[in-house]
Design a protein around this ligand. Structure first.
Ligand code: AMP
Length: 557
């Protein structure tokens, strides 16, 4: 007889179904998360066939949230957070207030009591960490100013949710004093609860920065000094997951916030890059389970039973919230493209909303229909998010074309501007690309750069270069750089798989192009060559060659 192994079953069903549907989505040129969500719906309890354990999947998904936020913290310093507080704090609060108001308005239309409207509105006003971070990461926007604002905004939403989760039971007590034996809660109780949450939050942050920081760095460097990769990775995971769990149980802080602080503390250490790198595969795997678990919660029947309700909910999440966020960012005099990015980032809801509706339902504050609408709104807004991001990025690119001055007379400097022929295209303006572009700037051959980071594109254009904003793995971006007329393509991005993708597209568009790419390991060299590169330069091999050359250059002693 098969042993009872629900954890393994959930992980196996989650991974396998996500892979199958993820691949199918990719075939259909849809973003993989659509596949993961669908996988969840299929293995969920509301559709026939296999049914995986939803609670367990949701718990596993939390590990994804923890690792993701931990990873973000590792890239984010305390200073970065403070640098965006002027916009993130008022922005997030104002947006929550307005979005909650919209939700309450809709609830009133549905004839629900005020308290239901409040829970419903709050649930619609807070965005999902996982969706937002993945969207930013995929487009290499995490380390940009807009990315920082979006993360700061998310942290504020997280803190507001923590307060909301604590305050809802108090509210329920206030509204239904007869239902509990204790005397009715008064203003004093409300204040006391608020103070307690605030106190715990402050205690947590202070403790982390005063004691936690030293202890954690000590632990990490101890593990690093052993020289054992296993112990190092283990120490990173123990710190991230352990602190998140400890923060949640001892201080009532969410897992996400606990993990974020754990990461931020490590950021100061020179080991943080290695730590971030080591947890990457686990993080990706568990983030996938997050989407599967969201899909599992979804009952597709709600689309038939409450189509208008679902539509209204989606409109609030996708249109209402983004419009408010856009306006707020603009009111704070940030550029339009930052506003567009923040608006797109927030046009979805996820895990915080589920927590709020679950609690609201348990407390009798929210009708079941409210939960169904929130879940419907979540799955549809998460599905739509990649498309919304694409639209926002296009609008942003168009804006940049309008706002940047043309560096080369006779050429408009928009994304569709590269009219050169026989030119060189450089992909990626990072450690390698920047050096290459700087050398080429003095040569007679025109150069066009492709880069995903707005800041880097902007800086390059300001210094007089021609740059295309976008991902070079897309045909239209390559065409915008004039790949069909170019002579050389230098792919200076660090990831082999991504470089292979860029090379394959470029080769298809221009069979005569000379393509040179960058790699770090032998397998990448083979992969990129197979996709059509003429030459792949492996950093490590070149370093070895130059080291030997240095010995040979010395006269024998
Ligand atoms: P580095 O890691 O310092 O070598 O920098 C790599 C640079 O390439 C970064 O500036 C990235 O934003 C950029 N980059 C990475 N992937 C792409 C891509 N697919 N298209 C365009 N730019 C990219």
């Amino acid at each position: 007889m098969l042993p009872h192994t629900p954890l393994i079953a959930t992980i196996a069903v989650g991974f396998v179904s996500a892979l199958v549907f993820g691949l199918a989505a990719n075939r259909l040129r849809l973003p993989p998360i659509v596949g993961y969500l669908l996988a969840g719906v299929v293995v969920g309890p509301f559709t026939p066939g296999i049914v995986a354990d939803g609670d367990m999947a949701a718990e596993l998904a939390e590990i994804g949230v923890i690792l993701l936020m931990f990873g973000v913290g590792l890239h984010f310093s305390y200073k970065d957070l403070l640098a965006v507080k002027a916009i993130a704090v008022p922005g997030a609060i104002a947006q929550i207030v307005v979005a909650t108001g919209m939700g309450m308005g809709m609830a009133a239309l549905l004839g629900w009591p005020m308290a239901s409207g409040l829970v419903f509105g709050l649930a619609l006003s807070v965005a999902s960490t996982v969706v937002l971070l993945r969207a930013l990461e995929e487009r290499q926007l995490l380390d940009t100013r807009s990315g920082h604002i979006a993360i700061g905004w998310l942290v504020v939403e997280d803190i507001v949710t923590i307060f909301a989760l604590v305050m809802l039971p108090v509210l329920a007590e206030l509204l239904t004093p007869a239902a509990v034996d204790a005397p009715a809660a008064g203003a004093g109780d409300v204040l006391r609860s608020l103070a307690l949450v605030l106190g715990k939050l402050v205690a947590f942050v202070v403790l982390m920065f005063v004691v936690g920081r030293r202890a954690i760095l000590w632990l990490l460097s101890r593990a690093a000094r052993t020289g054992s990769r296993e112990l190092f990775t283990l120490s990173v995971l123990a710190i991230g997951v352990g602190l998140a769990y400890g923060a949640a149980t001892l201080f009532g802080v969410s897992f996400a916030l606990g993990a974020f602080f754990a990461g931020m503390i490590l950021k100061g250490s020179e080991l943080s890059h290695k730590a971030a790198h080591d947890t990457l595969p686990l993080r990706d795997a568990f983030a996938v389970l997050f989407f599967v678990s969201v899909g599992m919660l979804f009952d597709p029947r709600v689309l038939l039973t409450q189509p208008l309700g679902v539509l209204g909910t989606c409109l609030i999440i996708i249109v209402g919230k983004s419009a408010v966020a856009y306006l707020i960012v603009r009111i704070f005099r940030h550029p339009g493209d930052t506003a567009l990015l923040i608006a797109a980032s927030l046009a979805q809801i996820g895990e915080f909303s589920f927590m709020l509706v679950t609690l609201g339902l348990n407390l009798g504050l929210l009708p079941e229909a409210g939960r169904d609408l929130v879940l419907g709104g979540a799955i549809l807004s998460i599905t739509a998010n990649p498309a919304i991001f694409t639209i926002a990025m296009r609008m942003r690119t168009r804006r940049m074309r309008r706002t940047t001055t043309a560096p080369n007379p006779g050429h408009e400097n928009g994304p569709r501007q590269a009219r050169e022929t026989d030119h060189i295209i450089v992909v990626g303006l990072g450690r390698v690309g920047q050096r290459v572009a700087a050398s080429l700037a003095t040569s007679a051959t025109p150069t066009v750069v492709i880069e995903t980071s707005v800041e880097r594109v902007d800086a390059h254009r300001r210094s007089g270069g021609t740059a295309i904003l976008g991902n070079a793995a897309h045909d239209e971006v390559l065409k915008a750089a004039g790949v069909q007329q170019a002579r050389h393509l230098l792919v200076a991005v660090p990831h082999g798989l991504e470089a292979g993708e860029i090379v394959a597209h470029a080769r298809r568009l221009n069979p005569g192009l000379r393509i040179v790419a960058r790699a770090h390991v032998d397998a990448e060299v083979t992969h990129i060559r197979e996709r059509g590169a003429d030459r792949v330069i492996m950093g490590e091999r070149e370093i070895a060659r130059l080291m030997i050359a240095d010995i040979e250059a010395l006269p024998p002693e």
